[in-house]
Design a protein around this ligand. Structure first.
Ligand SMILES: NC(=O)c1ccc[n+]([C@@H]2O[C@H](COP(=O)([O-])OP(=O)(O)OC[C@H]3O[C@@H](n4cnc5c(N)ncnc54)[C@H](O)[C@@H]3O)[C@@H](O)[C@H]2O)c1
Length: 244
C-alpha cells in the first residue's frame, strides 16, 4: 500500500499506533498532534523503523493550524490520499455540572476538527478521483455514557457526518467511513474514573479492553482497497460491548 496519510492526534494511543501501522504498510505519514513534541517522537519512531514520516504540531479545531498541516503534508510528501481524523480528548461531568466551555471544547476538537481537516484534504481527493477518510468515533456515540453527554454527542455527530459525506461524495472515488472503538488501553481511557473502568471491563464479553493496535488494524483495513465497498460504515472493534 502506498499513499500519503495524515493522522491527527498521532502523538499517543490510537493515533500513534495508526501512524506506525500505516507507515509499516507503506504510507508516508504526517503526524499531527496538539502536543508537537509527541507528534515528533511518533514520526521519529517511524523513521527509526525505516518508514517515511514527518510531524507538525497543531490544534485540529483551529483553521490556521489545519491549513498549516495540509500545506506541510503537500510540501513534504505530496497530496494527501488518506486522512485519519483521530485527535480527541475525554472529560466526564454530570449533565447539570457541564460547563458551556467544556461542551464547546468537546465539539470544537471532535466535530469541528473533523470538519476542518476533511474540508482541507477533500478538494484534492475529489480532483484526483480517489482517497479515503476514516473518522474515529466511539461506541459511546452509539449507546451513550453516564456523565459523558458532550463526548457522546460529539461522537454521534461524527458518525452522522461520516454517513452524510459518504452519501455525497462516494461516486467521486472518495470513501468515508468511521470506526467506533470500545474501551482501549490508552492514556485517554486511563483518565476515566477507576470505577467506570472496573465496571466496564467486568461487563465486556471478551473480558478485556482492546489495544491501540487493534484499532489501527481496523483503520488500515478501511483505508485499503480490500474495503472498496465499505461506504459510510461505522465498524465496531469493541470487545463485544456493542453488537449491532
Ligand atoms: N481509548 C478509548 O477507549 C477510546 C474509545 C473510543 C474512541 N476513542 C477515540 O480515539 C481517539 C484517540 O484517543 P486515544 O484513546 O488514543 O487517546 P490519547 O489521549 O492517547 O491520544 C489522543 C491524542 O490526541 C491529541 N489531541 C487532543 N486534542 C487535540 C487537538 N485539538 N488537536 C490535535 N491533537 C489533539 C492528544 O494530544 C493525544 O496525543 C479519540 O478521538 C478518542 O475519543 C478512544
Amino acid at each position: 500500500m502506498s499513499g500519503v496519510a495524515i493522522v491527527t492526534g498521532a502523538g499517543s494511543g490510537i493515533g500513534r499506533a495508526t501512524a506506525l501501522r500505516l507507515a509499516a504498510d507503506g504510507y508516508s505519514v504526517m503526524c499531527n498532534d496538539i502536543n508537537g513534541a509527541r507528534a515528533a517522537i511518533a514520526a521519529d519512531e517511524i523513521k527509526a523503523a525505516g518508514g517515511q514520516a514527518a510531524a507538525i504540531g497543531g490544534d485540529v479545531s483551529r483553521e490556521a493550524d489545519v491549513a498549516a498541516l495540509y500545506a506541510a503534508t503537500l510540501e513534504t510528501f505530496g497530496a494527501c490520499t488518506l486522512l485519519v481524523n483521530n485527535a480527541g480528548h475525554v472529560h466526564q461531568a454530570k449533565f447539570v455540572d457541564l460547563a458551556p466551555a467544556d461542551f464547546d471544547r468537546m465539539f470544537a476538537v471532535h466535530v469541528r476538527g473533523t470538519f476542518l481537516c476533511t474540508r482541507a484534504v477533500l478538494p484534492a481527493m475529489l480532483a484526483a478521483g480517489k482517497g479515503a477518510i476514516v473518522n474515529v468515533a466511539s461506541q459511546l456515540g452509539q449507546i451513550g455514557g453516564v456523565e459523558l453527554s458532550h463526548y457522546c454527542g460529539a461522537k454521534a455527530a461524527i458518525i452522522g457526518m461520516t454517513k452524510s459525506l459518504a452519501r455525497e461524495i462516494s461516486k467521486q472515488g472518495v470513501r468515508v467511513n468511521a470506526v467506533a472503538p470500545g474501551p482501549i488501553n490508552t492514556p485517554l481511557a486511563m483518565s476515566l474514573s477507576p470505577e467506570w473502568r472496573k465496571a466496564k471491563a467486568a461487563e465486556l464479553p471478551l473480558g478485556r479492553f482492546g489495544e491501540p493496535e487493534d484499532i489501527a488494524a481496523t483503520i488500515a483495513f478501511l483505508a485499503s482497497d480490500q474495503a472498496a465497498i465499505y461506504v459510510g460504515q461505522t465498524l465496531g472493534p469493541n470487545s463485544g460491548d456493542v453488537m449491532l
